[in-house]
Ligand binder design. Structure first.
Ligand SMILES: *Cc1c(COP(=O)(O)O)cnc(C)c1O
Length: 430
C-alpha cells in the first residue's frame, strides 16, 4: 500500500499545526509510523489520501454508528442547508431533538445542547456544584470526560497514549478539588464517601469506561454510586458522551438500570457534526440561566445543522432491532478474533457493550480494572495495528481506545476483518 500522499500531507501539516494534528491521538504516537490523512468515507469504509480503502472501526471516535455518509443523515443536512446555517435564536427542531432525547432517556427531564462533549461535562459539573453549593468532585482513574481543566486528571486514552497522565497548564488549585478513585472499586468509593461525603458536589463516571479501552462496570458498581450519592446529597453524573445511543437506545443507564441525576451526551447525537448535550432532573437543570444563577451559553449551541443530523440519526437508531443486529455483529467479530488469537497462541481477550468493544493483548479475561488495562502487551498491539492497517482495516491508533462498529458493517466486512486478523496474529509470532 502506498502512503506517499499521507506522508507528504503530514510533512506539510507539521509546518502549520502543532504535531500535525488537531487532536493528539490522531498522531500515531501510540503505534509509530505516519498518520494517515483521509479524503472520504462511504458506509463502513474510509478512503485515504492515497486512495487506499479501509474498514473503519473508529467511526469518527464514536458518532458514525450508521457508517459514513448515511443517506438519511446526508438528506437531512441537505434540506437544512437550503434553510440556513445558524440563526443565533431558537428553532422548532431544537425542541424536537430535546423531546426525543427526553423520551428515549427517561432520567433526562430537561436538556441543553452545546457544541462538544467537553462543554457538556464542564457545564454538568458547574450545575452540580451550583445545585449542591459544594466544590469537590469525584472522578475515576482511566475515565475521560473531555479536556476540562478540573477533569484532566488520570484521564485515560489520549493522555495514556502520550505517556502523560496529567496535563501541564492546569493550576493545582483546580485539580485539588478533583478526587480520583479506582474504577469498579466499590469499597474505595464507600470509604471515600464515609469520610468526605458531605463535601462532594458530584460523582462523574463513564457508565461503561470507553477511554481505557472498553471496560464495563462490575455488578453493583453503578448502583453503589447511586446509593452513596443519594445518602450524601451528591449529584450523580453519567458521562454518556460515548455510550449514549451507542450501547443501547436508552444508553448505558438503560442497560444497567441505574438512573443518574445528570447525563452528558455527544458523539452519536450529532450524527457526525460537532455537538454535545447535558440534561437531567428538572430541579437541577433549572439552576441554569436564564432560570437560575448558573451561567452557561454558546454561540452555535443547538446548531441547526447538527440538530438536523442528530434527528436523522435518532430516526435511524430508533428503528426496531437496530441495536440487536449491531450487537450480534460485534459479537461475531469478537468471537472470531478470539478464536484466531487462541489458534495463534496469543494472549488475548475482549469486552463488549452493545456496539462498542475492547480488545486486550492480555492473559486477563473480563478486564475490569485500570491496572489490568495497563498490563496489556503494547508491542503486540502495535504489531497487530500495523498488520491490520496494511490489510485494509483501520483501528484506533492506540492500545487504550475502544472500538466502534456501525450498521454499515456487514458480514463481508466482518469476514475481511477476521481474515486480516489471522495474518496480524501470525505476524506477532513471526
Ligand atoms: C469523547 C468524550 C468526551 C469529550 O467529547 P468531545 O466532543 O471530544 O469534547 C467526553 N466524555 C466521554 C466519555 C467521551 O468519550
Amino acid at each position: 500500500m502506498s502512503n506517499d500522499n499521507s506522508r507528504k500531507l503530514y510533512d506539510l501539516a507539521l509546518k502549520y499545526i502543532p504535531g500535525g494534528v488537531n487532536s493528539p491521538v490522531r498522531a500515531f504516537k501510540g503505534v509509530g509510523g505516519n498518520p494517515l490523512f483521509f479524503k472520504g468515507g462511504q458506509d463502513a469504509y474510509l478512503i485515504d489520501a492515497d486512495d487506499n480503502r479501509y474498514i473503519d472501526y473508529v467511526g469518527a471516535w464514536g458518532p458514525l454508528i450508521a457508517g459514513h455518509r448515511n443517506e438519511k443523515v446526508i438528506a437531512a443536512l441537505q434540506a437544512q442547508l437550503q434553510q440556513g446555517l445558524a440563526y443565533g435564536a431558537s428553532t422548532e427542531a431544537e425542541i424536537e431533538i430535546a423531546r426525543r432525547i427526553c423520551e428515549l432517556v427517561p432520567s433526562i427531564e430537561r436538556i441543553r445542547l452545546v457544541t462538544s462533549g467537553t462543554e457538556a461535562t464542564m457545564s454538568a459539573i458547574r450545575v452540580a456544584r451550583g445545585y449542591t453549593r459544594r466544590d469537590k468532585i469525584v472522578k475515576f482513574e482511566g475515565c475521560y470526560h473531555g479536556h476540562v481543566d478540573g477533569l484532566l486528571v488520570k484521564a485515560g486514552s489520549g493522555a495514556l497514549t502520550l505517556g502523560e497522565p496529567d496535563s501541564l497548564g492546569i493550576p493545582k488549585a483546580y485539580t485539588d478539588l478533583t478526587h480520583v478513585l479506582p474504577y469498579n472499586d466499590i469499597a474505595a468509593v464507600e470509604k471515600f464517601f464515609a469520610e468526605n461525603g458531605d463535601q462532594i458536589a458530584c460523582v462523574i463516571v463513564e457508565p461503561v469506561a470507553g477511554n481505557m479501552n472498553c471496560v464495563p462496570p462490575v455488578p453493583g458498581f453503578l448502583q453503589s454510586l447511586r446509593t452513596l450519592c443519594d445518602s450524601h446529597g451528591s449529584v450523580l453524573i453519567f458521562d454518556e458522551v460515548m455510550t449514549g445511543f451507542r450501547v443501547a437506545l436508552g444508553g448505558a443507564q438503560s442497560v444497567f438500570q441505574v438512573s443518574p441525576d445528570l447525563t452528558t451526551l455527544g458523539k452519536v447525537i450529532g450524527g457526525g457534526l460537532p455537538v454535545g448535550a447535558f440534561g437531567g432532573k428538572q430541579e437541577i437543570m433549572d439552576m441554569i440561566a436564564p432560570n437560575g444563577a448558573v451561567y452557561q451559553a454558546g454561540t452555535l449551541s443547538g446548531s441547526p445543522l447538527a440538530v438536523a443530523a442528530g434527528l436523522a440519526m435518532l430516526d435511524i437508531v430508533s428503528e426496531p432491532g437496530f441495536y440487536t443486529k449491531l450487537q450480534a455483529r460485534a459479537t461475531t467479530l469478537l468471537d472470531g478474533l478470539q478464536q484466531r488469537a487462541d489458534a495463534a497462541g496469543i494472549p488475548f481477550s475482549t469486552n463488549q457493550a452493545g456496539a462498542m468493544f475492547g480488545c486486550f493483548f492480555s492473559e486477563h479475561k473480563n478486564v475490569s480494572q485500570f491496572s489490568q488495562v495497563m498490563q496489556c502487551n503494547v508491542e503486540h498491539f502495535q504489531s497487530y495495528f500495523h498488520t491490520m492497517l496494511n490489510n485494509g482495516v483501520y483501528l484506533a491508533p492506540s492500545a487504550y481506545e475502544a472500538g466502534f462498529i456501525s450498521s454499515a458493517h456487514g458480514d463481508t466486512e466482518i469476514q475481511l476483518t477476521l481474515d486480516a486478523a489471522e495474518k496480524a496474529f501470525a505476524a506477532i509470532n513471526a
